[in-house]
Design a protein around this ligand. Structure first.
Ligand code: GLV
Ligand code: MG
Length: 317
């Protein structure tokens, strides 16, 4: 019998701002401190690849302390645990959630390969929440797609648990897993001549949107090349992605800007919503169609405007 996920739907949690998702090594008390002062929408305190094997045990405790004692106000608080093929996962979850479950918004599960791996995390979380008297289902899950098997199964993964809030593309591991001929993470491999990431990004975006989840793009490792970051971030944002990882304070402002609508687009979206509201009012409803200047407005334009206006309001425009 297949185990059923037991979390309860998180609804609006899936809409938390995640324009910039800052990676913070859990083994560095200095970075855990500094991250609290930076204007990233989300922080994820890392127990996985930024943490050496021998540092993981101490890092779990540093993270618990930082979550409980730090000031993370205004930020989505996430811990990235190790993937299920390691022997660290269960202790990551038990230590972090028992120690700081009430001060944690989501766990990030890396290298997800199938839906069962998400269900397993959901079940473990539920047991800990019940044992600790925490609200069952409040802690969300973010799933990283980082290899071919994960991408092939992404539709089932995205539907695996009501705790899921985002699907994240992990380009570094992904490039390694498919033998892509490039060593510069996030950059195009030489010799192909087109966008080598288009299929992967769209596949992830469709799975996310079909399940009302956010889609997040992973890291760009050339941390001093902000123009390069802007170009790569701009591509995913144009497709509809909600945010991107940032590895360095210098990338945060760029991500916040790129994943917010421009003032012009935001203003235009609000005008579309006003025009549509008038069209559906007692007075405007007698007209054949809604117009904004020369632009015809319909239900589909209203939906597009709602997305842009929602992001703009969240960004304080
Ligand atoms: C992130 O985890 C990546 O592998 O790109
Ligand atoms: Mg990775």
């Amino acid at each position: 019998m297949t185990a059923e996920p037991t979390g309860t739907p998180t609804g609006t949690n899936r809409l938390r701002p995640r324009r910039s998702c800052l990676a913070v090594p859990g083994s560095s008390p200095r970075f855990l401190e500094k991250a609290q002062t930076l204007p990233a929408d989300q922080v994820f305190l890392d127990l996985e690849d930024a943490c050496a094997p021998l540092a993981k045990e101490d890092a779990r405790h540093s993270i618990v302390k930082a979550l409980n004692e730090g000031d993370w106000s205004g930020k989505t608080r996430v811990v990235r645990i190790n993937d299920w093929t390691t022997h660290w996962t269960y202790r990551d979850v038990v230590t972090v959630v028992e120690g700081a479950g009430q001060n944690l918004d989501c766990l990030m599960l890396p290298k997800v390969q199938d839906a069962e791996q998400v269900v397993a995390l959901d079940l473990l979380l539920t047991q800990i929440e019940k044992t600790m008297g925490l609200e069952v289902g409040r802690i969300g899950i973010e799933a990283q797609i980082e290899n071919a098997r994960g991408l092939v199964n992404v539709d089932a993964i995205a539907a695996a648990s009501p705790r899921l809030e985002t699907i994240i593309f992990g380009p570094a591991d992904f490039m390694a897993s498919i033998n892509m001929k490039s060593l510069v993470v996030g950059e195009q491999p030489p010799g192909y001549g087109a966008d080598a990431y288009h299929y992967i990004l769209m596949r992830i975006l469709m799975a996310a949107r079909a399940n009302d989840l956010q889609a997040i793009d992973g890291p760009y490792l050339q941390i001093r090349n902000v123009d390069g970051f802007r170009e790569v971030a701009g591509r995913a944002a144009a497709l509809g992605f909600d945010g991107k990882w940032v590895l360095h304070p210098g990338q945060i402002d760029a991500a916040n800007e790129i994943y917010s609508p421009s003032q012009e687009d935001y203003d235009h979206a609000e005008l579309i919503l006003d025009a549509y509201a008038w069209f559906t009012s007692e007075e405007g409803g007698k007209k054949g169609s809604a117009m904004l200047g020369d632009e015809m407005i319909d239900e589909a334009s209203r939906k597009m405007a709602l997305v842009v206006a929602g992001k703009g309001r969240a960004a304080g425009l």
